[in-house]
Write a protein that binds this ligand. Structure first.
Ligand code: AMP
Length: 162
């Protein structure tokens, strides 16, 4: 039987998914409501193009979401200017989180698309502190590369990017 806090998390996730569905109908997401100040958030950083706040359902203490103000669902849709602004502030946000939480290690996670675990369709980076006692993990089982496929794949992507 799931614990009370697990049940609460599940309910909250269902509620957020429902809000997201409704918002998506208007081409908006719950993060638009946060950006426009219509719903509250625990803000930790803001400038002209970037907003960062505590995740409402943190994996660990100090779990932060960093979002561009530009409305972009996934990384491949983001403008170069907005990407540059995000990249510019990410390191200093990481440094501040590490300093204030005392964590030495952290993961940056960024899901693109529902099948990749994205539940809010507004691009965001998760910064997730990892404490010695944290039991979450993003370690996957590595498998050796297929070199003949890799040659074809790398050549095709290289060409696409030229
Ligand atoms: P993802 O599953 O990568 O799309 O991550 C979406 C994240 O947004 C989840 O970790 C949620 O807990 C978080 N989230 C959703 N709504 C809010 C909100 N109103 N305030 C803060 N975090 C939120």
């Amino acid at each position: 039987m799931p614990s009370k806090s697990n049940q609460w998390c599940q309910l909250l996730r269902q509620f957020l998914n429902r809000v997201n569905d409704i918002m998506a109908g208007n081409g908006k997401t719950i993060f638009n409501l946060i950006l426009s100040g219509k719903i509250p958030s625990h803000k930790i950083y803001e400038d002209e193009s970037v907003y960062a706040f505590l995740d409402i359902n943190p994996l660990s203490r100090g779990h932060v979401l960093v979002i561009p103000k530009e409305e972009s669902r996934t990384m491949d849709c983001l403008s170069e200017d907005s990407a540059a602004e995000l990249g510019r502030v990410l390191p200093k946000i990481c440094r501040a989180i590490m300093k204030i939480t005392g964590a030495n290690d952290y993961n940056i996670v960024q899901n693109n698309g529902e099948n990749a675990g994205q539940t809010v369709p507004h691009l965001h980076f998760h910064i997730i502190p990892k404490y010695p006692e944290s039991n979450h993990s993003f370690i996957w089982e590595p498998k050796p590369i297929d070199h003949s496929d890799a040659m074809e794949l790398s050549r095709a992507i290289l060409e696409e990017l030229e």
